[in-house]
Design a protein around this ligand. Structure first.
Ligand SMILES: [Zn+2]
Length: 186
């Protein structure tokens, strides 16, 4: 299957050569899984999901969403969130991403839940979500958002990007109605 040009940069790529010593990798059965391992040095590619963090911000029964400017999911809406930097905590990542995408300064109230994202072409993702409130700033789209705004929870856009975000929104509605979250392991 050919990949459209604008999506090429976001397709997952597998290493063919060792990122340490540039020798070819070979598949080896390690801990019950086939893992690419270096034919020259001790490097083994343990492929891990990428952590991302984001904020659920609800005001007057309306949820803050951002419209995606870049692939994947251009033009789709999602909860403000993004990938963690290597030296960043999840909380700091969440606060930074919301500021970059919406212009808002937030206060983290509590951990909401975490979700496995399996439909982002770049990688499997662990999405860590917090409940947060706005403390300062002016709502304006920035960074990788083309639009941002609050949406009535009963009248959300139909095009929500990523299964992890859709699961979280489904859980949020239950949480707001009942005060508790359904148990999830996905
Ligand atoms: Zn190597």
């Amino acid at each position: 299957m050919s990949i459209p040009d604008e999506h090429k940069l976001v397709e997952a790529r597998d290493f063919k050569y060792c990122p340490w010593c540039a020798s070819p990798l070979e598949n080896r059965l390690l801990d019950g899984k086939m893992r690419p391992a270096c034919t020259a040095c001790e490097y083994i590619w343990y492929k891990n999901p990428i952590p991302a963090a984001g904020a659920i911000i609800v005001s007057d029964n309306r949820l803050l969403l951002v419209k995606r400017k870049y692939p994947p999911g251009v033009g789709d809406w999602c909860i403000p969130a993004g990938f963690m930097e290597y030296d960043e905590s999840a909380v700091k990542c969440c606060i930074r991403e919301v500021k970059e995408e919406t212009g808002l300064d937030i206060k983290i109230e509590k951990l909401f839940w975490n979700y496995k994202g399996g439909d982002d072409p770049r990688s499997v993702v662990v999405l860590i979500l917090y409940l947060a409130t706005v403390v300062d700033g002016n709502l304006k789209p920035g960074d990788d958002a083309m639009e941002t705004g609050y949406f009535d929870l009963e009248n959300l856009p139909s095009n929500i990007a990523f299964s992890a975000h859709r699961k979280a929104i489904k859980d949020l509605k239950i949480y707001l109605q009942t005060g508790s979250l359904p148990y999830r392991d996905d």
